[in-house]
Each structure stands twice: as structure tokens, then as C-alpha cells.
Design a protein. Structure first.
Length: 320
């Protein structure tokens, strides 16, 4: 048992449900004050994503670019064209920073960590923010939540790290979800590994309801060791993971899932803490985003989760 926000949580039973069904829900973890602080901080990030998204420049084009552009437009079919253009600029910029090195595989086989994606979908009303800044106090608190860490470590080992923290706001009257398993499983051949490589931990920032886009999952689908086809629509045996704001939903990334259709007039928001085993390549490298002064103010636990002493390659000889 563990007490968070004045509640006793039966961790053993949460872990058992997770193992069996592939997901579990713990209600009532965030206080009204936490939620208020979280919503304010998230709205700032969403606003910045809309008005001044990361757009550091461009790079030379390459013969593969037409195929990459077509792939992004097909995968993210509700993203505004200007947003796909931004993802393409970012892809070319990153490639230029990497001495123009192209990927040796076709775009559909490129690890998703490497490929910028449109972060506005739903014809403009859905917003994603990746690498959410852990220097925002409420985000740091969510990442370091003792219950969350206990669960993540019990699944991925005590040395697990953060792969990414992201925020999403599923826009009103949208249906932009496609069934998937998470990175890096989408790139792996079947059968998928039996041990979990990554774990998704989702803080519900609004009530998750059937109508507003609560995540859809297929219980026990992780046991199939297979991947769903990347497409929308309904799946036999799917269930909606519903719960009040302030709840925590956790699922194995091998569980088939997608955001639901939002048929309401309001967005459905979530803060997602995605953990991976220490030897899996994380989605985001937070270290360059954190100044030495900011790092000093963080706890060693948070610094480690963000990749300090974890993501760096330290076995280099030190000489070229
Ligand atoms: O926000 C959601 O409902 C689901 C998010 C999702 O699909 C994911 O984390 O991979």
C-alpha cells in the first residue's frame, strides 16, 4: 500500500491488473490545486506550439524528401499542410546538422524517434507538445511522483529512464487516432518481445469520457505480441479508458491503443510520461535543453530520469 494525495493505493493489485489486461487506472491522484497548476502550465505550452513552434531553419533537400513528405501527409492526414511543411523543414535542418547523412532505410522503416512529426492535427484543433520542459515545477513533480516511479520501476527495472514527457490536447470534434503500439515496437518484427520495453503513464488532465476522446485500448492485446494496422475506426473488444481528471492510466506500449473520437465541444487534455528501459533509445534527449543552473536545482532522481549519467556515451576514449 502507498499513500498519495491522502489516498491508499494498492500497488500490488495495480501491477497485477497491468500485467493481465495490459493497462490499469488509478483514480484521484492529483489534487484540485495540482490540476489547476497543470492546466495553466499546459495551456502556455499549447499556445506556444500554435503561435511560435520550434522552427530553427531548413537544410538541403535530398532525393528521398518527396517520399518522406508523402508519408507524413498520409500518416498524419488531418495535419494542416503548413504543419507538415514545418516537420519537413525540421527534418532537413536536423539532417544538415548531421552532415547531410540520409537514413539507409525507406521512411516507413525509420525509427520514429528520428523523424519529426506534425504536432498539430485534427485540421488545426489537436495539439501535441513533445519534450515537455521538466523545468516547469508541476511537470517535474508529475515525473517524480513516487507512485508513478514505483510502478514504472517495477515494470522496467530500477534503472529505467524517461523516454519522453509529452502533452496532448485532443481537439473538439476530431477523430485523428490510429491504432498503434508505441516506439520502438512499431519498428520491430513480430512476435514482439515478451518483456515490456516501455511504459506509458498518462495523467488525465480533464475527465476522460467516452464522448471526449478517452483513450481506446484492446485489453490483453499485448499478449498477442502482434502490432495493429495503423488505421482509425473501431476494433472488436475495444474499451474506453475513462476516469475523472487527476487519474493516472498506465499501459504497456505493446497494448493496442489510440486516442478516441472527441465529439464534444471541449478539448481532452493529458500529460504523458513515457518510460523506457535504460538500454532503449529514448524519444527525447533532455540534457541539451537543461542549463547547468537548472540541473543543479533538480533532484538526482529527476536528473537521472532525464538522461544525466544515463544517455551519455561515456566509454569514448576522449581522443579523435
Ligand atoms: O492521448 C491518448 O488518448 C493516447 C495517446 C497515445 O496514443 C500514445 O501515447 O501513444
Amino acid at each position: 500500500m502507498m499513500t498519495t494525495a491522502g489516498r491508499s493505493i494498492d500497488i500490488a493489485s495495480a501491477i497485477e491488473t497491468l500485467g493481465m489486461d495490459g493497462y490499469t487506472l488509478i483514480e484521484g491522484l492529483l489534487s484540485p490545486d495540482d490540476l489547476e497548476e497543470l492546466r495553466t502550465a499546459m495551456e502556455k505550452q499549447f499556445q506556444r506550439q500554435r503561435s511560435a513552434p520550434y522552427d530553427p531553419g531548413d537544410g538541403d533537400s535530398h532525393p528521398d524528401d518527396a517520399q518522406i513528405d508523402e508519408y507524413l501527409r498520409q500518416m498524419y492526414s488531418t495535419a494542416p499542410s503548413s504543419e507538415v511543411d514545418r516537420a519537413m523543414r525540421l527534418m532537413r535542418y536536423n539532417r544538415a546538422q548531421n552532415h547531410g547523412t540520409p537514413w539507409p532505410v525507406p521512411v516507413e522503416s525509420v525509427l520514429k524517434n528520428f523523424l519529426p512529426r506534425p504536432e498539430i492535427e485534427g485540421h488545426g484543433s489537436t495539439v501535441y507538445v513533445g519534450s515537455a520542459t521538466p523545468t516547469v515545477p508541476i511537470f517535474a513533480r508529475l515525473l517524480e511522483d513516487p507512485l508513478l516511479l514505483r510502478l514504472a520501476r517495477s515494470v522496467l527495472g530500477d534503472d529505467c529512464v524517461l523516454s519522453d514527457m509529452s502533452l496532448n490536447s485532443i481537439g473538439p470534434h476530431t477523430d485523428n487516432g490510429a491504432w498503434h503500439v508505441d516506439v520502438p515496437l512499431g519498428q520491430l518484427p513480430e512476435p514482439l518481445p515478451e518483456i515490456p520495453l516501455t511504459l506509458q503513464c498518462v495523467w488525465m488532465v480533464d475527465d476522460f469520457t467516452v464522448e471526449n476522446g478517452a483513450t481506446r485500448v484492446v485489453p490483453r492485446s499485448h499478449q498477442s505480441l502482434k502490432k495493429p494496422k495503423w488505421k482509425g475506426g473501431e476494433m472488436k473488444d475495444e474499451v474506453a479508458v475513462t476516469g475523472p481528471a487527476g487519474s493516472l492510466a498506465i499501459w504497456f506500449s505493446s497494448l493496442w491503443h489510440k486516442p478516441g473520437q472527441n465529439v464534444t465541444d471541449a478539448p481532452r487534455r493529458a500529460a504523458l510520461c513515457y518510460f523506457c528501459r535504460s538500454w532503449v533509445k529514448p524519444y527525447s534527449d533532455f540534457r541539451p535543453l537543461i542549463s547547468p543552473e537548472q540541473a543543479k536545482k533538480m533532484s538526482p532522481t529527476l536528473r537521472y530520469l532525464l538522461g544525466f549519467s544515463a544517455n551519455a556515451l561515456v566509454r569514448n576514449s576522449g581522443e579523435a
